[in-house]
Write a protein that binds this ligand. Structure first.
Ligand code: CA
Length: 228
């Protein structure tokens, strides 16, 4: 899942980006409102973290413009300290939630996950669990089980698996996976995807003598809709 951070304070942007990436998200950043708006208009983000005081165009304007264009991507606004007025204005322009600086990363992550849960219609409203066959992926705890057995995977591998499961039954290309799991600016070797697919297969398929992930020659991969 891709998240956009629009924040002109480099240290905050970088810290949030690193944290989210370590938790398996793909992250794009913009350091001004104009670029932030353009990225938001042209990419399918799962959520946007939007600072208010930005060069070029402020966060209120970015948010209001997106909503006018019927773009309902969940937006978490970052407000300045003691900004009770900011908060009201932020929600008024169509932000979904706000967070006052300085904030702890743990709180930010919890808020983002809450926004994703609320917005993701593919999830059950209460459980935030993906289930395909006997494979269950709890998106809150990032815990995966095959049957009753827990499957251990790194955050990045979990993000790849999550994407495959969200599109279970469909052929997913390496490019789809890269664009949704790595960030927009990824320019490394696309074959990195194979490395993660191989790890997931070992942990989720080989270990159970099952086959959930099929290679579709020349096209990509398909997560079996019955869980393999
Ligand atoms: Ca700022």
């Amino acid at each position: 899942m891709r998240i956009l951070i629009v924040e002109d304070e480099d240290d905050i942007a970088l810290a949030v980006k690193r944290g989210l990436e370590a938790d398996g998200f793909a992250v794009d950043t913009a350091d001004n409102g104009v670029d932030g708006l353009w990225l938001a208009q042209n990419n399918p983000y799962a959520a946007i973290v939007l600072d208010i005081m930005l060069p070029g165009m402020n966060g209120y304007k970015v948010c209001a413009t997106l909503r006018q264009e019927q773009n309902w991507t969940p937006i978490l606004m970052l407000t300045a300290k003691d900004g009770s007025l900011d908060e009201a204005e932020g929600l008024d322009t169509g932000a979904d939630d706000y967070l006052t600086k300085p904030f702890s990363y743990v709180v930010l992550l919890a808020r983002i996950r809450a926004l994703l849960r609320r917005s993701d219609r593919t999830l059950s409203q209460q459980t935030a669990e993906l289930a395909v066959g006997d494979v269950r992926f709890d998106q809150r705890t990032r815990q995966v089980c095959r049957g009753e057995t827990e499957v251990e995977l790194s955050p990045r591998a979990l993000a790849v698996l999550e994407y495959l499961m969200l599109r279970a039954g469909e052929v997913v290309t390496k490019r789809d996976i890269l664009e949704n799991v790595w960030d927009h600016a990824f320019e490394g070797d696309p074959n990195i995807v194979e490395v993660y697919i191989s790890r997931i297969r070992q942990a989720l398929d080989a270990a159970f003598d099952r086959k959930a992930i099929e290679t579709v020659r020349g096209a990509g991969y398909r997560f079996a809709s019955d869980g393999g």
